[in-house]
Write a protein that binds this ligand. Sequence first.
Ligand code: SAM
Length: 208
Amino acid sequence: MGLLSKIFSNTRKPEGFWGRMMVAGMNGGSHAAMASWGLSFVNIPEVGEIIDIGCGGGGNLNRLMERSLHANVTGIDYSSVSVEKSRKVNADAIAAGRCKVLEASVANLPFEEDTFGMATAFETVYFWPEIEKSFAEVMRVLSPGGKFLIVNEDDGLSGNNEKWENMIEGMHTYTPDELKTHLTAVGFRDITVHCNASKHWLCVTAVK
Ligand SMILES: C[S@@+](CC[C@H](N)C(=O)[O-])C[C@H]1O[C@@H](n2cnc3c(N)ncnc32)[C@H](O)[C@@H]1O
């Protein structure tokens, strides 16, 4: 594995020194602008429970709390480096009882069914195992009428996706049609696609 591949594999699962560098970077730059763009397409619940899956450095947990008056926010990530950073960035909200961060995979979410009014996934579905099983797990923990928001920096049509997929093992950059097909297959409805054509950003919303 080349050095670049070794470094960028930390986007899939941050570990060690390069993982800590990567999660620090995830909270700023293009991720922040793109997350705000994606969040502009949904009404964020004012109360109840929201889950951010693959929460990375925890910047989006903070963004969700800023945009909702009272909802509690739970971050989950299967990387201990991401969990540690998310807990640090959101330490005040955790102390206040408004935020929790757990180490877990999307493949097996440690929650009862119908727990969350909204689930978000920023820059992470590229790495999820068996995508329809992962989407079905999101569906399970959402309450009826709950919303699922996916935001990706690459819409799979940019021409850059092959470069990243070759560099990061197990990565797949989904096109809008692929995401629609997989979401529909597990029963999501009202699927809406938003694209930023010049930047190739992709936002998909769906309802349980
Ligand atoms: C590129 S980072 C994005 C982090 C954050 N959502 C953001 O937008 O800044 C991808 C994150 O998804 C997490 N991740 C990937 N696959 C996962 C899985 N199967 N279950 C939980 N987290 C996962 C990684 O550990 C990493 O922290």
